[in-house]
Design a binder for this molecule. Sequence first.
Ligand SMILES: *Cc1c(COP(=O)(O)O)cnc(C)c1O
Length: 396
Amino acid sequence: MTENFTGSFTQQEPIPEDAIEAALAVLRHGRLHRYNVAEGELGETALLEQEFAAQMGAKYCLAVASGGYAMATSLRAVGVQPGDAVLTNAFTLAPVPGAIASVGGKPVFVGVTEDLTIDLDDLEAKLPLARVLMLSHMRGHLCDMDRLMQMCDAAGVVVIEDCAHTMGAAWRGQASGRQGAIGCYSCQTYKHVNSGEGGLLVTDDEDLAAKATMLSGSYMLYERHLAAPDPEVFERVKYTTPNVSGRMDNLRAAILRPQLRDLDRQVERWNERYVEIETGLRGTPGLSVVERPEAETYVGSSIQFLLLDWAPEQIAEVIRRCAARGVELKWFGGAEPAGFTSRYDSWRYAESAPMPASDRVLASIMDMRVPLTFSLEDCQLIARIIRAEVGAVFQS
Ligand SMILES: *Cc1c(COP(=O)(O)O)cnc(C)c1O
């Protein structure tokens, strides 16, 4: 009998009851705008910022409308001007080059290794081309952050981290997003906490924090923030920083606060699932699992494996056969982007030279979400299906 999987790869868990209660309280009083607070009241958004800053060990935090907005705001805050080159990953998702393009910047793509991290040799060669790196920890894979920061610091390149897939992850025990000048997170439904849409950024730099806050649309109400720099810092930037509204609201913040308190537990649950799948896949002929560095604490909310140097028709056959058994694999090597699988040469508004070594890796990447609605048995079944179908095609 062939086993099939019947679960949904896009179904996240419901919003926890305490978050629903907190949301209802906001709806009942009606003060959804972050600056609409009663006398003496600390709004949900300001509290969220205070708590997230503490959780990440950061001095400052700003909550905004989306992860993409957090990245664009960071680029503006560090002073990227129209026409400026910004280094970024060739392997990432569309909002990353999109954030660079939104401020008129020109993405300069840096290659990807078989570890699915940024190619540090390629980065080293390209560092002289730009003064900012938008580093995307794509699918939660952290590169050697010690070497990266050493190189960027030496070259005077400012690092902004896209932590859409590393909220809850760490490098040598330090939260992901705390190595660079600014860390950006997404609270969108498919990430590690779910407010539908939403973003957070953290930094220890008071000028960047004040600029980002002004940019997000704080009018002159920045004193209502609990994780922002002192008013004197705002005095320096308040007349020269434009308002590009993109605030977080109290309803989303109310939903997020209980979820963030639960983040470590959720990370454990993701990793239990990840390990089941990885263990089931390891040793499959023709398939490479992605080894994780010892210094990395990861969040297994998705899993990748490589079918290196396979013919495209064979990969398409694996995808077809897995799909027929209910297992949805995404492929970054398809001729056309499907869903979220676009890559550097899909973003035609940004010039790029061909990167053959990266193309070889991109052509081999199979990607799968691991929602927490999957049981451990589901994960074992999924691994068995992939193993069988990869094996069947590999032998043919
Ligand atoms: C989701 C995502 C973002 C942007 O987040 P939004 O909240 O959707 O704007 C940025 N980078 C990566 C890699 C993402 O997956």
